[in-house]
Design a binder for this molecule. Sequence first.
Ligand code: SF4
Length: 375
Amino acid sequence: MKVTFPHMGNCWPAFKVLCTGVGAEVYLPDPNNVKQLDAGLKHSPEWVCFPFKVTLSNFIEALDEGVDNLVMATDCGPCRFGFYYAVQERILRDLGYDFKMYYLPQGDLLDFKWIKLLKALSEDKSLLNYFRIFRTARLFLMKSQLIQTVEKLEGKIRCYEVNKGDTTHTLNKCIQLIDDANTFNELNKLRKRIKNEFDKIEINKRDNNEILKVGLSGEIQVTLDPFVNHDIKRKLGELGCEVHMNLSLYDWIKHKFHVNFHRKYLEYLNKSQKNIGGLQMDIGGEAFWVMGEYIDYAQRGFDGFVHIYPFTCMPEITAKSILTKWYGNKYFDIPPIFFGFDEHSGEAGLITRLESYVDLLKNKKEKKNNGNGRK
Ligand code: SF4
């Protein structure tokens, strides 16, 4: 059985082990790229969210390569994501492809419906196979956690690197190491190895007053995929920002298993601002937690907050309007900047805006250090 799944940044080693762990062969689509995207754009409704088009492109590439089993995650709302797999399946069938679509309901992972998916992907239907399924799930969690560690280190270290590109090189190396490790023991050892790899990067440590601390958050696919977000994390790092990002596949999985206490704290922060428009419930995407992150970073004295999302993403645009109002009304003293991405997003405009934003943050920080901060 040859299976594929959509690409989402550095998450592929974790998704891959979900399939190989139960004995399925994996076709790994190329990292998202302009050429591949053409097919998704051609066959998607124009108005649909950008991640829909990107994931459809991944599927078309795989189907053209002879893969006939697709895995797609789904949710039960409250936004358009819940319809992705069904609409994509219909589009692909209309295009004449013959395949089987498996969906992974991620609304509540404690309902253990994901076991059914892993069973379906496995050729071994015996009772013993449950052991293999739980082993696979654990490998998946361990890999997701390591990927999170790597991505956090990447964001925090790049702005200090002496040789441009060292952090990106280390990031890619560590992701490959995570893919290569396929036992609990190997993955356990990797924790230390990853730290050592990042420690090897030659850095120029600067004073806290010189460095800009920026929080990065947004819709999950856009935030985690460097092709979709034009590698905004790297760009921010190279402009001298220490980038903090809590969002990761592991963070999302923990949330869906109801053990993500950091997200619960973010929910609390958001809810506690009810009188100024804080959201009281999940409205889709990451909006609920993005707003909590904004408050959290503001309270921790961060210099900036970057919010990214797919152009036309309803929940994130709602969050954007509230955050704009919060900063404008001086409820919080952390300037947010917003980027909506789709196939029309240009590189030059993004760089210009980022450079101006970083200049603004530097100015603001300088004034604050001199005792002339915003009143
Ligand atoms: S979160 Fe935004 S981009 Fe994702 S499906 Fe919902 S509306 Fe679309």
